[in-house]
Design a protein around this ligand. Structure first.
Ligand code: HEC
Ligand code: HEC
Ligand code: HEC
Length: 115
C-alpha cells in the first residue's frame, strides 16, 4: 500500500513538472538570416521547420542551439564550408521533392539573397 502511494506521488510529481519543463525550452528566433559568404545571406524560416520536423536534432546534432554557432564551428574547422547547406538544407529539400512532398528551395538564388 505504501509502495503504491509512493509511486502515485512520484507520478504526480512528474506530471506536475511537465508543463514547466516545456515552457523552458528556448526555441530561438522564428525567422533568421544566416551567413552565406560570397553568395549573400540566406533567410531561414526556423519556426516553419520546427513545426514541420519532429526533432530539433535533425539539424542541431551538427551545431548547437546558439546564434552564430554555424559560423563559429566553421571558423574552428569543425564544420566544412557549405556542409550545413549541402548535408542538411539541400539534402532534405531534394529528398522531399523526390518523395513528391512540399519542399524548400534547391537553387542558389532561391536561398541566397544579394544585399
Ligand atoms: C531545419 C533545421 C533546424 C531545426 C529542425 C531546428 N533548428 Fe534551431 N537553428 C537552426 C539554425 C540554422 C540556427 C542558426 C544557427 C546559427 O546562427 O549559426 C538555429 C538556431 C537556434 C537557436 C539559437 C538562435 C536564437 O534565435 O536564439 C535556438 C535556441 C534554436 N535554434 C532552438 C531550436 C529548437 C528548440 C528546435 C526544435 C524545436 C530547433 N531549433 C530546430 C536550424 C534548425
Ligand atoms: C537550401 C538553401 C541553399 C541553397 C539551395 C544553396 N545554398 Fe549556399 N548556403 C546555404 C546556407 C544555409 C549556407 C551557410 C551554411 C554553410 O556554409 O553550410 C550556405 C553557404 C554558402 C556559401 C558560403 C560558404 C563559406 O563558408 O564561405 C557559399 C559560397 C554558397 N553557399 C554558395 C552556394 C551556391 C553557389 C549555390 C548553388 C549551387 C548554393 N549556395 C545553394 C544555403 C543554400
Ligand atoms: C529535414 C528536412 C529539412 C531541412 C534539414 C531543411 N529544410 Fe527547409 N524545408 C523543408 C520542408 C519540408 C519545406 C517545405 C515546407 C512547406 O512548404 O510546408 C522547407 C521549406 C524551406 C523554405 C521555404 C519556406 C517557404 O515559406 O516557402 C526555405 C527558405 C528553407 N526551407 C530553407 C532551409 C535552409 C536554409 C535550411 C538549412 C539551414 C533548411 N531549409 C533545412 C525541409 C527541410
Amino acid at each position: 500500500m505504501i509502495r503504491v502511494a509512493l509511486i502515485l506521488v512520484v507520478l504526480w510529481g512528474a506530471v506536475a513538472l511537465l508543463p514547466t519543463a516545456q515552457a523552458e525550452i528556448n526555441k530561438g528566433a522564428p525567422k533568421m538570416m544566416l551567413e552565406g559568404g560570397s553568395s549573400g545571406p540566406v533567410p531561414f524560416p526556423h519556426q516553419d521547420h520546427q513545426t514541420r520536423l519532429a526533432d530539433c536534432l535533425i539539424c542541431h546534432q551538427a551545431f548547437p542551439q546558439e546564434k552564430g554557432s554555424i559560423e563559429k564551428l566553421k571558423s574552428e574547422g569543425l564544420l566544412q564550408k557549405k556542409q550545413v547547406m549541402n548535408k542538411q538544407c539541400i539534402k532534405c529539400h531534394r529528398a522531399e521533392k523526390t518523395a513528391g512532398k512540399p519542399t524548400g528551395p534547391l537553387t542558389c538564388n532561391k536561398c541566397h539573397v544579394k544585399e
